[in-house]
Design a binder for this molecule. Structure first.
Ligand code: HEC
Ligand SMILES: [Cu+2]
Length: 296
């Protein structure tokens, strides 16, 4: 199959060409009429009056109807194609929108904000929301679909080439709507399988200071780190947070310094984000940041 984005773009070109032809025809007729029937070229005296022209009226009713019917049929074809077109998906991912981050579940494996997909494979998304209406859109990979609480919508993604594809929540969902970015890493099947296997493993680092501080603070009420006692669900799963390229759904690139700054005061980077500032000492922040970034 071809990527849904290519099917949409091909349809836009065809419809654009039809619209251009109509534009040229209408403007041409207008210019012709203005020049041909200007008063200096008409016989003197009272102009003749039109009563009716049945053939003209039938033509200008039928032609737009035919054009619309053609566009409608083309659109139905494209909709069927991007909706799946009889091609079974090679992968299914459940996506939940949250204010203001994304949750991706590959069966039992949950991650956040950065999704990976294999190239050359139809990927079907089951989209829902944990709170308000969000909308999933990665323009280069597929169409756009709303995400509604209590309902599951479906959307197909397809990447032909490996690379990073950027997307964005496309339904205004609150103060940090603009910082609800989606990062899709499309990679070979082998790389994808390795990534998924790594994501499926529990957190690697055990028993250090950072882990102890995390577990002793309210972080555990909101975040899960598989392999530890932390099983909160109000914020992103942090089991492999160190493997992601960004923090806070794209607001900061991820490294130890930014991780520390984010934990010290998330509100400075994402005012209104649903993570509070937790009072911690400098050594505690250092240890926490080093620990979280080590969770690859
Ligand atoms: C009240 C719930 C809550 C508490 C408590 C909380 N967080 Fe968060 N955390 C969130 C939410 C919600 C987000 C997502 C914010 C956003 O991007 O809009 C988040 C995001 C994060 C991120 C970025 C994750 C990513 O994938 O980008 C890290 C790291 C993080 N929290 C660490 C911590 C640490 C460490 C603590 C304890 C000091 C903590 N959090 C306490 C709710 C919480
Ligand atoms: Cu949103």
């Amino acid at each position: 199959m071809r990527p849904p984005a290519e099917a949409i773009s091909a349809l836009a070109l065809v419809v654009g060409a039809i619209a251009l032809l109509i534009f040229i025809g209408v403007e041409g007729a207008l210019i012709y009429a203005v020049l041909r029937y200007r008063s200096s070229r008409l016989p003197a005296g009272r102009p003749a009056r039109f009563e009716r022209n049945t053939r003209l009226e039938i033509a200008w009713t039928a032609l737009p109807a035919i054009v619309l019917a053609v566009v409608f049929v083309l659109m139905l074809g494209t909709m069927a194609e991007i909706g799946g077109g009889g091609v079974e998906p090679g992968l299914r991912v459940r996506v939940a929108g949250h204010q203001w981050w994304w949750e991706f579940s590959y069966g039992p494996v949950t991650t956040a904000n950065e999704m990976h997909i294999p190239i050359g494979t139809a990927v079907d998304l089951d989209l829902t929301s944990a709170d308000v209406i969000h909308s999933f859109w990665v323009p280069e990979l597929g169409g756009k679909s709303d995400m509604l609480p209590g309902t599951t919508n479906h959307l197909r993604l397809f990447a032909r080439r490996a690379g990073i594809y950027e997307g964005q929540c496309s339904e205004f969902c609150g103060v940090e709507h603009a910082w609800m970015r989606i990062r899709v890493v499309a990679e070979s099947q082998a790389d994808f399988d390795r990534w998924l296997a790594a994501q499926g493993r529990p957190a690697a680092t055990r028993g250090g200071d950072g882990e102890r501080i995390f577990l002793a603070n309210i972080c555990v009420n909101c975040h899960t780190i598989r392999g530890t006692a932390a099983a909160g669900a109000a914020g992103p799963d942090l089991t492999h947070v160190g493997a992601r390229a960004t923090l806070g759904a794209g607001v900061l690139p991820s490294d130890v310094a930014r991780m520390r700054a984010w934990i010290a005061d998330p509100q400075q980077y994402k005012p209104g984000a649903l993570m509070p500032r937790v009072p911690l000492s400098d050594p505690e922040l250092d240890a926490l940041a080093a620990y979280l970034v080590s969770l690859k």
